[in-house]
Design a protein. Sequence first.
Lengths: 226, 308
Amino acid sequence: MISFDKVSKIYSDNSAALDGVSLTIQPKEFVSIVGNSGAGKTTLLKLILAEEYPTSGNVLFDSMDVHKLKRRKLYQYRRKIGAIFQDFRLLPNKTAFENIAFAMEMAGRSEDEIAADVPYVLEMVDLGNKMWNFPKELSGGEKQRVAIARAIVNQPDLIIADEPTGNLDPVNTREIVQILKKIHDLGTTVILTTHNKGVIDSLGKRVVTLERGRVIRDDPHGKYVL
Amino acid sequence: MLWTSIKRVIRGGVVNFYRDGFVSLASVFIMTVTLFVMGGMVFLSATLSASLEDIKNKVDVNVYFLTKASEVEVRAVQSALRTLPEVKEVEYISRETALENFRKRHENDELTLQALNELPDNPLRAVLTVRAKEPSQYEGIAAFLKNDNALSSGSKSIIDEVNYYDNKDAIDRLTRIIRATERLGFALAIILIIISISIAFNTIRLIIYISREEIGVMRLVGASNKYIRGPFIISGILYGISSAFLTLALFFPLTYYLGDSTEAFFSGLNLFRYYLAHFGEFFLIITGSGIVLGSISSFLAVRRYLNV
């Protein structure tokens, strides 16, 4: 589904964030990417989202080179991906309901679909009672659950989660991981980056370890080893 | 589908406008200042042209005829002058009227009246008071009076004196002052308007700068450029409309307050009545400028943050 072909990314100060990374992710896989800060995890995800462009090499999504897409057309590609971030990235002026409805509006869904699906996904992440709260009125864990609901509401082919538990306490972390597992069980590809050893060890799924921009380990039933 | 999108964009813009209450209020105030300056310039130019018009009307040229010139001959000159395109009006004051005016002016001056009564004949001359459309045109009119033989009876001119040549310096100077004032007023208006437009534009840019992360999030959620830009433009239009209404409302008490004093000072131009009489134009200019300024500023400002 996604393949990196000898991808390098060098930022302006000549430090290689990624250095000749080749990696293939199959549909319906759950892949965790681990590594120290600065190992290149976030750069890898930004390349998939076409937020960054590789210095060399190609990133393919369903055999389509994502960096050859025109900037104006990128949004159509991004609708296939649900993204979850450490800092939640909710729209501060919109309620939980509206944040999710916004993503559905972007995908061209009708008002009826929005009225039916938004409460459903919010219920799924256990936020049915906070539908009309603004992000500033929600806790970190709740914000992240809204972000997850937003990411999955359009049933994307791929979920990208960039350190989604980075700002959360252990209880919330466990809940978020459970939700991600559930999403994966329903047949969505998930790519997760994390620092959290406990999360990785509890998943028992494929683990790719990055170090200084290179893949140093790719283990189908991995543990967090650094 | 298109209608749904338009509806969503408009709703998004309106919702942002009132949820960003404080920020919206700030930009409405800034834009009000801008529109106020624009409206003020309209008032200023109206006052300026009214008072210039008034000064221009005070300038005239008197043509004095020899006492032997008959009324028919003077009337002939009057109609000849009326055919000139530069001439606005020509007033005829007969010798008798001139005498009457003189007596009235000196009614408390026994000595003068007595002296006048001693005279065998009316010593006063018939006068044509000529008003040109522009002060600069008096020279041409004076030249016409000097040259045209049609104005003479027989071989001798019936015109005694044209006082243009006495007033030439004053008229020339006035013409120059009027032109300079018009030019200066126009330049000043343009500069003020440019400054206030750029302030309003930068305020909106600042507001959108605050939202740059939001724009990034929208991009990542898969929003198209049109969909991101639309609500900002709607908010910009709402800033424009609100500040236009505020400005139009502010002009009522202000012109009412200034109305009487401007009427006394600027020769009968009452700003309040002027505002009421031209309210339609003011409404269109101010509201139109507000909408254009708000929407274009938003459009340009968002464009910077769309390349995420």
